[in-house]
Structure formats: structure tokens, C-alpha cells
Write a protein that binds this ligand. Structure first.
Ligand SMILES: *[C@@H]1O[C@H](CO)[C@@H](O)[C@H](O)[C@H]1NC(C)=O
Ligand SMILES: *[C@@H]1O[C@H](CO)[C@@H](O)[C@H](O)[C@H]1NC(C)=O
Ligand SMILES: *[C@@H]1O[C@H](CO)[C@@H](O)[C@H](O)[C@H]1NC(C)=O
Ligand SMILES: *[C@@H]1O[C@H](CO)[C@@H](O)[C@H](O)[C@H]1NC(C)=O
Length: 375
């Protein structure tokens, strides 16, 4: 019993001695760290730890054990002075690498690494809303992405249309010019509408920010300046329409918006744009005047108007008029001749009357005297 108590005491003393002195002896060999403390997203980093050979190298970050693999490379070496040197590194830091690192679990000494994301955001030159850009038909469209924040000459811009990266094309002149943070479409047409993206990458190719443009084609509406139709016939007036999204087309005559009726109809054009063709059947003199077609779409609410088309209406008889005019001329001429002839005949008759005067004077003398008297 007594012996037992003694042994417990002895063991306790030994145990306590171990607790007290064991670690304190190794305390002199607590790990020392060297390496990056702050790195930018995408940059490489390296942390080196030196410990005495009595310890086991076991890398941890925030309490989780790390091994060589997808996210880290770990190397170990023994130095001449009987120390372990272990390095943990990665070629491209990301936010998951941020944290408190230690290379041995025997000491609570850490090396803290901060991975900072580049503080750059992009400002895009939207026309309105948070992503709309409006192109005009056959005009130049310029998309610009500016960096708001940390600038770095090593940043790389990439432009995409849909999922495809786009660069300056080989056409002459270029249809699309891409240069750094700017993309220019020189003569914007329907095919150019769509989703464009500018993406900013660090020199290590890690994405920093991107902005998406929803590029639409503003409605373009065009009518012929003038048109001529013949009264009573059918009038078809086509509005030339471009626009993405497809515009809704409406028509005005002078100040009145046209609606379908017995007299007024609308037809789709070849591109199946509803209402692009206005039909008046039959056309009357009242339809003479200015027609306008207008278009708006889900992005451009404010209607875009075509120029006015002045519609002239020719009389049904129009073709007949010259002929009738000639007839009238002939008739007038005939009349003139007829009257003239008649007058001349009469004059001649009267003349011959007087010519014959001397011959018939005697015969007429009595009556002549009578006539004169009567006159
Ligand atoms: C990391 O540290 C090394 C050596 O201290 C240094 O050369 C390197 O530039 C650092 N990297 C970064 C991204 O700070
Ligand atoms: C580890 O090293 C290899 C070879 O140098 C390299 O290809 C790999 O990217 C490295 N891994 C990390 C996470 O940096
Ligand atoms: C259209 O209406 C406005 C006012 O309502 C008027 O001043 C203008 O003269 C009209 N235009 C035509 C072509 O009738
Ligand atoms: C034309 O558009 C109408 C609806 O606006 C649709 O029902 C029709 O199928 C389209 N026709 C063609 C040929 O695309």
C-alpha cells in the first residue's frame, strides 16, 4: 500500500517534471516564419517555416491540415544546423488562401497571409438603365469600360459578344475595332445588336470585374418622300423598318393615328414586321396628304418617326384630260372657223349686195327708197 503510494508520487513527480521542463526545453525552438503577408489576388506567395528537427511538420491554415495538391505546394528540407525548413506556396493566390498558417501543431505561433482582391470595378458607358446601350442604324457605336479604382498597366481587357471573344476584324475598313477598354462598331446594323461584355483580368489572368452591355438597335423608320396614286385604286405604302428588338409600327395621316377599318388595312412586310405596310383601298381624294410611320420597342419607348411621305392622288380621269383638252381645242377651233366662215359668208353676201347695187339700183330704187324710209 505504502509502496504503491510512493510509486504514485514518483510517477507524479516525473510526469510533472516532464510537463514543466520538457516543453520549456523545446520552447527555444519555436517555429519562425518568413514570407509574404499581403499578396494580390492572382499573385504567387510563399511562406517558409523553420523548426527544430524534434518537431513534426504539419501545415495548417485556420486549424485545417494542408497537403500538397490543387491549392498548395509544400516542400521540406533539412539544414546544416539540424533544422527543418518547410515552404508552402501557390502560384496564384485567391481569397481561399487568406488565413493564419502554422507549420507545427505543437506551437500556437502563426503567420497570417492576406490575399487582397484588386479593388477595381468597371464603369461602362451605358445609355440608360443598368446595361442598355443603343445603336443607331448605320452609325458608329462606341462601348467603353473604365476602371474605377486601382489602375494597373498590366491589366488585360477582353471583349465578348455572347460567349465569343471578339477582336478587331480583318475587313477593310474594320467593321469592329477593339482596343483595350474600347469597342467600336463602325456601321451598326441589326446583326450587331446583342449582348457584349468587357472583362478585366489581372496580369495573372484572374478576373477582376466585368460589365455586360445589352446593345439594341434603335428603331429606324423610313418612307419615300412622295408617292403618287390614282384615285379609286389601291394604295400600298411600305415603311422601311430596322430595329432590335423588332419595333411596333404605327401610322399617322396628318395628325390622326390610323386604325384598321374597311378602308384602312395593315400588312406585315417580308421580314414579317407587323403593320409595316399600310393599305388604303380604295384611295380617295381625301387621302391626299402626309403619312408618317413610327416605331418603338421594349427598350426605346419614345416612338421614332419616319420623315413624312406626301401622297398625291391623281384623278381617275387624269389620263383622259389631255385627250379631252385636244378635243376641246378642236371643237373651239371648229367653232371659230365656223363662226368666222359664217361671218365671212354674210359679209361677202352683203358685199355682193352692194356690188350688185348699181345694176339693181334701178330695179330697187323704189323699194330701196322704201327700205331707207323704213330704216
Ligand atoms: C512575396 O515575397 C517575396 C519574398 O519576400 C517577394 O519577392 C515577392 O515580391 C512577394 N510577393 C508579393 C506578391 O508580394
Ligand atoms: C505546384 O508546382 C507545380 C510545378 O511547379 C505547378 O505546376 C503547380 O501549379 C503548383 N501548384 C500550385 C497550387 O501552385
Ligand atoms: C396637328 O395638331 C396640332 C395641334 O393639335 C396643330 O397645331 C397642327 O397644325 C396639326 N398639324 C397638322 C398637319 O394638321
Ligand atoms: C409572322 O408573325 C406572326 C406573329 O406576329 C406569326 O404568327 C407568324 O408565324 C410569323 N410568320 C412567319 C412566316 O414568320
Amino acid at each position: 500500500m505504502c509502496w504503491n503510494s510512493l510509486s504514485v508520487v514518483v510517477y507524479s513527480v516525473v510526469f510533472c517534471a516532464l510537463l514543466d521542463f520538457g516543453p520549456s526545453r523545446v520552447l527555444a525552438d519555436e517555429p519562425s516564419y518568413e514570407g509574404n503577408t499581403t499578396v494580390r489576388d492572382g499573385d504567387p506567395f510563399k511562406i517558409t517555416c523553420r523548426v527544430s528537427m524534434f518537431q513534426v511538420i504539419k501545415w495548417q491554415k485556420d486549424g485545417h491540415t494542408l497537403v500538397t495538391g490543387e491549392h498548395y505546394n509544400i516542400s521540406e528540407a533539412v539544414t546544416n544546423d539540424n533544422m527543418f525548413v518547410s515552404t508552402i506556396m501557390a502560384n496564384s493566390a485567391s481569397s481561399m488562401h487568406s488565413g493564419a498558417y502554422r507549420c507545427t501543431t505543437q506551437y500556437n505561433k502563426f503567420h497570417v497571409l492576406y490575399v487582397v482582391t484588386a479593388q477595381a470595378t468597371i464603369k461602362a458607358n451605358y445609355d440608360y438603365g443598368d446595361n442598355h446601350k443603343i445603336g443607331e442604324y448605320k452609325s458608329k457605336l462606341t462601348l467603353i469600360c473604365n476602371i474605377d479604382g486601382t489602375q494597373d498597366p498590366e491589366y488585360i481587357w477582353k471583349w465578348f459578344k455572347g460567349d465569343n471573344q471578339i477582336t478587331t476584324d480583318s475587313e477593310d475598313p474594320h467593321h469592329v475595332d477593339v482596343s483595350g477598354n474600347t469597342l467600336v462598331v463602325n456601321r451598326f446594323v441589326e446583326n450587331d445588336a446583342g449582348q457584349y461584355t468587357c472583362s478585366l483580368f489581372s496580369s495573372k489572368n484572374s478576373p477582376i470585374d466585368k460589365k455586360v452591355f445589352n446593345v439594341v438597335l434603335k428603331p429606324y423608320m423610313k418612307l419615300p418622300k412622295t408617292a403618287t396614286f390614282i384615285e379609286g385604286e389601291k394604295m400600298e405604302l411600305e415603311c422601311i423598318v430596322y430595329g432590335v428588338p423588332t419595333p411596333e409600327v404605327s401610322w399617322k395621316f396628318e395628325n390622326t393615328t390610323l386604325v384598321p377599318s374597311e378602308h384602312i388595312k395593315f400588312l406585315p412586310n417580308k421580314k414579317n414586321i407587323t403593320n409595316a405596310i399600310l393599305v388604303l383601298d380604295p384611295i380617295t381624294m381625301k387621302d391626299r396628304g402626309n403619312f408618317i410611320c413610327s416605331g418603338k420597342n421594349s427598350v426605346v419607348y419614345e416612338p421614332v418617326h419616319s420623315g413624312a411621305s406626301y401622297v398625291r392622288i391623281k384623278d381617275k380621269m387624269a389620263a383622259l384630260w389631255p385627250f379631252l383638252g385636244i378635243c376641246a381645242e378642236v371643237i373651239v377651233l371648229c367653232l371659230v372657223i365656223f363662226i368666222y366662215e359664217k361671218k365671212r359668208n354674210k359679209a361677202e353676201f352683203e358685199e355682193s349686195d352692194t356690188d350688185q347695187g348699181p345694176e339693181t339700183n334701178n330695179a330697187n330704187d323704189h323699194s330701196g327708197g322704201d327700205v331707207r324710209h323704213r330704216k
